[in-house]
Write a protein that binds this ligand. Sequence first.
Ligand SMILES: NC(=O)C1=CN([C@@H]2O[C@H](COP(=O)(O)OP(=O)(O)OC[C@H]3O[C@@H](n4cnc5c(N)ncnc54)[C@H](OP(=O)(O)O)[C@@H]3O)[C@@H](O)[C@H]2O)C=CC1
Ligand SMILES: O=C(CO)COP(=O)(O)O
Length: 319
Amino acid sequence: MITVLGAGAFGTALAISLARKGPVQLWTHDPDHAKAMQDTRRNDRRLPGVDLSENISISENIDTIPAQNPVLLAVPLQQLRGVLTERAATLRQHQLVACCKGMELGSGSGPVQLINSVVPDAVGAILTGPSFAADIARGLPTALTLACADEAASGTLQQALNTPNLRIYRTTDVIGAELGGALKNVMAIGCGAVIGAGLGDSARAALMTRGFAEMARMATALGAQPDTLSGLSGFGDLVLTCTSDQSRNYRFGASLGQKEWFDPTITVEGAATARAVCDRASALQVDMPITRAITALINGDLQVEQAMDMLLSRPLKEE
Ligand SMILES: NC(=O)C1=CN([C@@H]2O[C@H](COP(=O)(O)OP(=O)(O)OC[C@H]3O[C@@H](n4cnc5c(N)ncnc54)[C@H](OP(=O)(O)O)[C@@H]3O)[C@@H](O)[C@H]2O)C=CC1
Ligand SMILES: O=C(CO)COP(=O)(O)O
């Protein structure tokens, strides 16, 4: 049995995929949402149009989780500390797999760092990489990275989470995997803004490429292995999110570029993460001009054209 905490789009999609090979427990914090999902066998709030199989049990109240159950944590990164703190006693000594992408405001922590600090006797891991929830739920082929410092737990989790349509690769480079997923969302906002403002595909390709260089610079400064950034969790997810309007980060960026309203109830991890990354980059003295320009755009301090002018007028240098 696998337990999924968080009945958003991603948690529900993973539950649907994993339920094809065994029982899954899906938890939501909202009793009304649990009742609606139990009644309709769908998650119309966060992942409409897909059925929840009988293998998925839905609950708003999980007080005990059998010790051998891996637990997937599929809530937005900025909510993860609260969820972990509230349920620390239940989650002790479990294998906890973060299924979220971002850097916490204030602490600058990634999801596994958060697990390690709030539930120190758990085994922390992260599942990340290029995958839209809707694709996973429909059973389309997807490949993800599972990062876990504990090699034995990593092998067990890889087996438990792999399904015929969801191919899991593993790595021990947790920091690299965390940062790839966090930083690419910021770039996706920038790419959405470029396309939304009509600046063209060439500008987007430049932003993705120079943005990738910036991601690698930050990740290396924080101890990641450069190869990890070139894998699914970094380059793979950067490509997906910067080129598809299935991405909420990309669509949020497009709304900034078009100067249009964006629904604030939609999860856009890159917005808070951009601010957290700027703080971290300042402290570490890592040069991140693209992330800074995108953050200024998100904060309303710059328009897309001004941000682009600022980047294009930087001193010329070697690639
Ligand atoms: N969607 C996707 O395609 C993918 C998403 N991810 C990552 O998954 C993570 C979750 O995103 P996603 O599922 O898409 O987001 P959604 O917005 O679809 O869902 C977020 C879920 O978290 C719940 N939630 C919010 N705050 C709390 C809280 N304090 N306690 C408990 N539950 C809470 C929400 O409940 P409520 O509905 O009541 O607000 C909702 O069920 C993000 O980090 C995202 O980057 C990764 C890969 C793919
Ligand atoms: O992380 C994702 C795809 O890998 C989902 O992207 P969005 O959160 O931008 O929708």
